[in-house]
Every structure is written in structure tokens, then in C-alpha cells.
Design a protein around this ligand. Sequence first.
Ligand code: HSE
Length: 404
Amino acid sequence: MKIALLGLGTVGQGVVEVINENKESIAKRAGQPIEIKYILDIRSFEGEAISKLVIKDFDIIANDKEIAIVVEAMGGIEPAYTYAKTSLLKGKSYITSNKELVALHGAELLEIARSNKVNFLFEASVGGGIPIIRPLNQSLTADEIFEITGILNGTTNFILTKMQQEGKAFEDVLKEAQALGYAEKNPEADVEGYDACRKIAILSSLAFGEHVSFQDIPTEGITKITTEDMVYADNMGYVIKLLATCQKQDASIFARVSPMLIAKSHPLAMVSDVFNGIFVKGNVIGDVMFYGRGAGKLPTASAMVADIVDAAKHTGTNIISFWNKEKIELKDKEQVKVKYFIRLKKHSERMDDIIKEVFNEIEEVPSLQGEYAFITNVDTEANFTEKMSELSDLVILNKIRIDK
Ligand code: HSE
């Protein structure tokens, strides 16, 4: 079976490596040998063995009837969206690690794949090497899923882990993550939570069967987290993680991406470095947790090559996924119940009274010098914002949600 690879960056190179390294076992599992016929890239890779496969014109791939599978590791919406649509309409399966593309156009591309009896597969778009898309589509189908919560971004988990365990500064650790090939081209996508947001949008759309728009998901990143926050977290028996969640609450669905304080005994607290961990809660199965490397060349390539094998095995048939175009209206974020850890600058000996006047009951936290820190009761986000506005004369150093 002949395939074409779009993009020879870190992940693309990983795909070539995995296909060469495990040629024989892959051929056995796919039922036939898998051969890369073309690689589309703007660079030529002169002097490298691979250079004879490199082309610059996508039309050669689109019009070559021998190409059964197109594998994209470029990222970004365009030209990936045009390439995906063209490939599927021409009867070629399309495999991608591109979460922006899947989050925005997943429902449409799945529909086109279905009509053309080919497959649009995107295991590598969420959780790097962790199988999570296939389990949601094929293994957990007896359950009504009511919650998915996870650490879905390797770069930020790597940064938070190093800040917490080694007291390193944010910027230094980010550079390390970039050098290791974990971070996005524009690392804002990682540290501002946009990457995790697209990934939870994909998982919730698959879990609930209708389209969850990533633009509707309230998203906060980790750029405001400091080493002082890490010290408080440690003293209180917590760690700070960037959590992405979607939950069925009553009749509605709520989703959010934000840093959270979670107890050290929480299973996701053990998920360190570039690893991702994903909890899926179903009404029959209970809790299931998925764990593995969430970013990096070979783990991501492993998921993409597994999709190639799946597409090869399902030549001529479409593997059904439940994700239709109808959009889910998410629950108003202001009505969601939250509990916060708050750090203020101490400017009076009466801090206790001032805070209790506004928040009534609080849990005071042993504070760093010159600070006053406390934990609120559970309340709605709207009530919390209103109470915080009454403290507008005080200097708020940080506020982080706590897992209730
Ligand atoms: N930048 C992403 C991450 C890559 O750090 O998780 C994998 O999607």
C-alpha cells in the first residue's frame, strides 16, 4: 500500500522512522507492506536519502490513484483543511495529528469520509501516543460518558513539573520543552491553554456525539503561575496541573481548561513531565484512566502509524464515529460551582475580618511573609466574581481553582 506524508517536521520524521524501524510487524498487522511514495515539504532535504521522495506539489498526490492514504503532520488549518477534503473526496483515507483541524472541521471531514467509504483518523491529535480516540469510538460504546478530565498538554505539564520539583523558572523550562520538540511552533498555544482546549473539544464531541466548539470553552493557561504558588500548593498538600474537563451536569454540558490545585493523592497528581493522563467516567464502567507520553516525535508517530494500519485494514469500509455537526450549547460558565485558593498582599492586621466580611466562611492558609492566603467555600463562579469585586482595594497576587 502506497502512502503520502505531508510535512517532514519532528512528527513527520518520526512517522518515517517508525515505518522503517517496524516495517515487518507493521506489514503483518496491516495485511500488506506500507510504503511511503511521496513526502510533501517546502524543504528539499538535499543529500539525505529521503530527498528522492520529496515533492512540493500536492496535486501529484491528489491525482495519483496508487496513493490510498495521506498522512498529515503539518499542523494549522490551511492548507491542511484543503488537503484533507481533497484527499477524502478522491477516495483516500486521511490521517492527521492536527488538533486545530480536527477541532474545527472534524464533524465535516468525518461525514465526507463516510460518504466516500474511506477513513478520517486522528488518534495522534489528542494525548500524543496514548490511545484515547479509538477507545472512545470503539471500546467505551456501551457507556454513557458523563465526564472526561485530563492533563492534555505535555509542554505545560513538563513546565509545571519542573517548576514544582526543581524550582526552575517558567521561561527556562519552556526553552527545554521546545528543544525536546514538545511545544507548538507558537508556544502560546501550549502555555495559554489553547492546545488543551482544542483537545478537550475533540474528546467531548466524540463522547457526546455532537459538536463542542472550542471557541465556547473558557480557557486559562499557566502563565500566571509562580514559584510562590508552587510553595503554597506543596505546603497545603496539593500540586498545580493544567486540567481540561468536560462534564454532564444535570441536562447540560460544561467544559473548561484552567490550572487547578489537586490533592497529591489524586491519580492525575502523579502524571509528571511530558506525560498526559485522561480520566473517562462512564455510567456502566465507572472510572477509566489513560496514561502515556502526550507529546514528542516517536509517541505521536506511533499513534499515526497505528492509524495507517487501521486505515489499511479497513480499505473500502468506513469506521463509524459519532460526531455530528449539530452544535452543543455549553452550560453558562458563571453558573458552575467553584472553590478558590486566593493570595493577597497583607496590608492590615485585620485581614481576617476584612475577608470574612465578604466571604463569610473561609479556610485560612499559613501564608508567606507579607501575604494573606485563604480558601473559599464552594460557590458559583458568578458569586465568586462579585465577592472578589468587593476586594478591589486589595492587591490580589493570584487565584487558582481547587478541585472540590
Ligand atoms: N504541544 C503539544 C503538547 C504537542 O505539548 O502537548 C502534542 O499535541
